[in-house]
Design a protein around this ligand. Structure first.
Ligand SMILES: Nc1nc2c([nH]c(=O)n2[C@H]2C[C@H](O)[C@@H](COP(=O)(O)OP(=O)(O)OP(=O)(O)O)O2)c(=O)[nH]1
Length: 150
């Protein structure tokens, strides 16, 4: 089964709401909600991946500030099954308005309401970690690489 390594951004506003967006047509898991992000490319650090993906997808500059956790999932019931390892980092907005260029919808969701959203299955453990605020580890700049394989 094909395996992908993905990094996603947990972006929080000052009302303790989390930014979520809906996957667009023609893509894997079309119509499901997700945390923005994408696949790690060769020789890229997680920090580089998340900064690049958020610039590409949302025309916005972010800075990863802490590691949230990792989720492993096998999408066995899709047309093209695959397995995923997805690392989530909480990120701070630096510049930009989170403009959609690939997704069809965006929404800010209160942490306590995240469970009501129809997330891609791999996201559910990350939702649980955000809700419990557990598994968070301080991850300032030079600690990223050491935490990469947690
Ligand atoms: N970005 C993101 N992808 C997720 C999440 N949950 C989840 O299962 N995925 C899956 C969907 C995709 O199969 C894969 C991410 O690939 P992608 O299509 O968003 O990333 P990409 O831009 O690097 O890919 P590509 O289409 O350019 O090849 O991970 C999530 O919360 N965020």
């Amino acid at each position: 089964m094909k395996h992908v390594e993905v990094v996603c951004a947990v972006i929080r506003n000052d009302k303790n709401e989390i930014f979520c967006c809906k996957r667009g047509p023609g893509r894997a898991l079309e119509g499901y909600w997700e945390f923005p992000g994408g696949k790690v490319e060769a020789n890229e650090t997680h920090e580089e991946t998340i900064v690049r993906e958020i610039k590409e997808e949302l025309n916005t500059i972010i800075e990863p500030i802490r590691y949230v956790g990792v989720s492993n999932h096998e999408y066995t019931d899709l047309n093209k099954p695959f397995s995923i390892t997805m690392y989530a980092y909480e990120c701070k907005l630096i510049q930009g308005e989170l403009e959609l260029t690939e997704h069809t919808e965006k929404i800010w969701v209160k942490v306590e309401d995240l469970k009501k959203i129809d997330f891609a299955a791999a996201d559910l453990p990350i939702v649980g970690m955000i809700k419990k605020d557990k598994n968070y580890k301080l991850c300032w700049k030079n600690e990223y690489r050491e935490l990469k394989w947690d």
